[in-house]
Design a binder for this molecule. Structure first.
Ligand code: ADP
Length: 456
């Protein structure tokens, strides 16, 4: 409705403007155009005379522009043979024009100059632009004139045409308003009501019918947004389930062991205290990782970049896991094809590697579990990777596993170190570092998680 009103106001404004310019101001525009034309021609003629070149001015300017040019001088040389309304102007009138022009400083526009022709007694209403100049001792009066044509008939013709135009424009505006409401407003309204459903969670993903590619794209975006919201919602619920599970396990252990040690004094030994401490540490790591994810998502994480040596880093990480892997019968090894230094936040990069290794331990159902932590050259950068001979990742899942809350398999073993919030944290850390990262994998055979760094 508003659009239609705006359209009508706009059309009315345009029609009003046309009316004002075509009728009320037509005379003013016409006369000012004419006057400036006369002035230009007079200046050109004066210039030609000053350069001592004679020419047929009437022919040059007069014919096409309905102007008349007459030059009068005390020497014959500058007199032109004009054939128009100024031809039979008498000497008195010419002298009068000359003296008024001299008084005005050499240039004068005569607005509404009335002159009765001596030849036929006809009254001429003229604009005359006069210029008085001296060329080497000689004086020349240049007069350029044009008839003042009454525009009353033209204006009344325009007025009657204008009425017809107004009628046609109103009909066209009505048609346009109708089309706009059909083509644009209807789909927008429909989409609006579908979006409201989306906000309430009642959107059924149905397609709004439109005739425009842009609206179809908007519609697709709406459907995609709905799918994303639903997916994020499901993932969020799953995350709450997983996080509560991950929180509950250490808490149950802490409470269980604490109570046991209280009730049975013999159980009050170092081994049990270590279990409580380790579980508390695991809890703390989980909470730290959750805070880290939210910091990264909000862009609040500041990196503490420094020079890191690849061998030192991987040796440290390897030693963290060596004993555990031995006890779990997992063959873990280091394969440093290349040694190099690079700039990064050491704690964050360790976190990434821990996540990669925890996943390598978790997602492997084979008896002879193998993990290789290593480096190799990759084009003009160096690659740090964690390779396992585990379950692998299906092609379709390779991109999705880096998304927040995404899990291929909902059941997983508890990680040894870290929280299990996992790859989304890795992705964010690697993106903040601007490192290239990814995974190569073949389902049932292997996975290799990596990131690439530049030597410094
Ligand atoms: P989580 O381990 O808590 O499920 P991650 O973000 O670490 O979360 O991993 C996302 C998913 O990627 C996992 O659920 C798993 O299916 C898959 N994945 C990660 N690492 C591996 C791996 N080394 N081998 C096979 N699948 C993996």
């Amino acid at each position: 409705m508003q659009v239609t009103v705006i359209l009508f106001v706009f059309v009315a404004a345009v029609l009003g403007l046309i009316y004002i310019f075509q009728t009320v101001y037509l005379n003013d525009f016409y006369s000012s155009e004419k006057k400036s034309l006369l002035k230009n021609i007079a200046n050109n003629v004066a210039e030609t005379i000053a350069l001592n070149e004679s020419s047929d001015f009437d022919f040059e300017y007069g014919m096409s522009n309905e102007v008349c040019i007459r030059t009068v001088s005390n020497v014959d040389k500058y007199n032109n043979d004009c054939h128009c309304s100024l031809k039979d102007m008498n000497v008195d009138t010419i002298n009068e024009i000359a003296s008024q022009t001299i008084d005005a400083g050499g240039d004068k526009l005569f607005d509404q100059f009335v002159y009765i022709s001596r030849r036929d007694g006809v009254r001429n209403d003229l604009y005359i632009y006069a210029k008085y100049l001296t060329v080497n001792e000689d004086v020349v009066l240049v007069m350029v004139s044009s008839m003042i044509t009454p525009l009353d008939i033209t204006i009344s013709t325009i007025k009657s045409q204008y009425l017809v135009i107004v009628g046609i424009v109103i009909i066209m505006t009505l048609i346009l308003a109708f089309l706009i409401s059909r083509i644009i407003l209807k789909p927008v309204k429909d989409m609006n009501s579908e979006s409201k459903k989306l906000a309430k969670g009642q959107y059924d993903g149905s397609l709004v019918k439109t005739n425009s590619q842009e609206f179809d794209e908007l519609n697709d975006t709406l459907i995609q947004a709905n799918e994303d919201i639903l997916a994020a919602d499901t993932a969020r619920k799953e995350l709450i389930g997983n996080v509560s599970h991950d929180l509950r396990t250490p808490l149950t252990m802490i409470v269980g062991y604490g109570e046991m040690m209280k009730d049975i004094p013999e159980e009050n030994n170092e081994e049990n205290i270590d279990i409580i401490i380790n579980e508390a540490k695991r809890l703390s790591a989980l909470v730290d990782d959750m805070l880290m994810v939210s910091k990264l998502e909000l862009g609040h994480l500041e990196l503490n970049r420094k020079k890191i040596n690849a061998r030192t880093l991987l040796d440290n990480v390897f030693h963290q896991y060596e004993k555990y892997c031995e006890s779990m019968n997992v063959d873990i090894s280091l394969d440093m094809e290349e040694d190099f230094d690079f700039m990064a936040d050491e704690n964050r990069i360790e976190q990434v590697l821990y996540n990669f290794i925890n996943n390598a331990l978790n997602y492997n159902s084979k008896e002879d579990q193998k993990i290789i932590i290593g480096t190799k050259k990759n084009g003009d950068s160096y690659r740090i990777y964690v390779h396992d001979n585990g379950d692998g990742i299906a092609e379709d899942d390779k991109d999705k596993i880096w998304e927040r809350y995404y899990k291929v398999d909902k059941e997983h073993k508890r990680p040894h170190i870290g929280s299990g919030i996992g790859l989304s944290l890795c992705r964010q850390i690697l993106e903040v570092h601007e490192f290239n990262y990814g995974v190569d994998s073949s389902p049932g055979e292997y996975s290799e998680f990596y990131f690439d760094v530049h030597n410094i």
